[in-house]
Design a protein. Sequence first.
Length: 606
Amino acid sequence: MRGLAIFLLALVAAGSARAADPQPYTVTIDPTGDAALDTTLRASAQLVTLRDKIPVPPFALIVRARSDVPRLQTALDSFGYYDNHVGITIGGHALTDRELPAWLDSVAPNTSVDVHVAVDKGPLFHLGTITIDGAVPEADRPALGLKTGDAAVAANVINARTHLLDALQEDGYALASVEQPTVLADDADRVLDLTYKVHAGPKVEIGTITFKGLKDVHEDFARRVLTIKSGDQYRPSAIEKSRRALVALGVFTGVNVRAADHLSPDGRIPLAFEVEERKRHAVTIAGSYSTDLGISLSTTWSHRNLFGNAEQLNLTAAGTGLGTATSGLGYNLTAQFLKPLFPDRNDTFEADLSGIKEDLEAYSQTAQKLIGLLRRRFSDEWSASGGLFLMHDDVSQEGIDRHYELVGVPLTASYDTTGITDLPLDPTGGVRAAFVATPTRSFDHSHLTFFVLQASGSTYFDLLGDGRSVVALRGLAATLLGAATDDLPPDQRLYAGGSGTVRGFRYQIIGPQFADGNPQGAKSIDAATVEFRQRIGEDWGGAAFVDAGQASADGGPFSGAVEVGAGIGARYYTPIGALRLDIAAPVTHVDGNDAFEIYIGLGQAF
């Protein structure tokens, strides 16, 4: 008897162990003929989303399948198929089959079973009568976005309420309310009748504007930043524009705006801007590496609110060198001062003082430069700047030392529809373009007047609409007018090669060269890039690219021999941008070039 009891206990233990073992399975969901609906069904089914993440034993698989039936029906409802049917079988057994648990227990361990989801959409319901119950201006009624005969898609029905409410508030009805629609279904005619109950309330103006949280930033300055004032018609878009303007100052970690939920005694809506100031001081450290320019390290100390009006002072020290295109170490010491809203609200004044030392194959340079700029933003897309620079420039090239005193007037127009203001972040759509003209006068022995003209741009195409597969294009064309190449300061000439133009070629090596192979500099250059970027998982990505460009000593852009480089890259995405590693090699040949180049930095190449 004791031996029989031990045998029975062993059988029970074996059965319990089998019940706890994960049951592998595959899932098939019948296609509906609607790709968007098919995607939603798969995203709604835990049989799909949890299959690899959370394995389940046999009985729990049945529970998971049963819980998916209402989920899938809800997904079908949301697309307007309210008379649908969903049936799920496991290994050919219906979920109601009493033999299903025993059959699953009999399946050999680690043997996958088939889960089949049969979907019968049923007929598509449409919208019938659409009623707005309440006094609503005729101009705002179309914001509902629905009409009789439309497919009765649940998301559209729900979102219509928000659209109407937004339109009313944008029209000045700050206290408007729109209730969730009342739905009356006619199953025979497969029609849904909707009624939206609306209370518009009075059209109002903005009342008293107050600030909360200001400490070091002057309140009168913060008020100057706002694009709204008391007495303006209440419009959420205008209020949001003011909020973004405060954020753009760079002195606040957060800006919220709250409208009162009732009218003030004067019949207006008070607003309160709640801000949290950033720390006034910050230190940042940055670095990059490329085989041609070597290691670049920089540190910046910043004061974000120097005099209480969001003035910025940035002191930067950077060191470079140890690359194949350098002959020694270099530095760049810069002091930058920014004063926003000067002289007008759309203007920013900038002053920069820098000391530069470069020891490159093309030339060696020690220079001091002072520049003053006035930047103006005309719209969300367009901005421009103009200013004056003074430069004391000592340059040595091919054993000849030259001294220059330069005065220039840099003029720039910029266009940007990418929506990206933080440069390390990845643009996935839109266009960036810049047009630069810099008339320059040299007051050394040559007394030259020359002009630098440059146009550059990039555009981005999101192939699948999810930001994970992007084609990026880049183009550049520049030329120098008014002097022969040899008469121009070597550091003012144009050079191609390197990460900014043609990767795979050493920095500045493309174009005319001296007899010893060192770069001479050109009067015109052009370059273009095609790059494919692909996200892989959550944190990783890859890239493949082809660059091409030329530099000409005498002709204009597009007149020289085109050099081509190609490469691949890896990306690791961090909260502050993509950590980039690119490896590129030349496709065409230039004497003295390296076999390949490596580039490491933060953010995409463009």
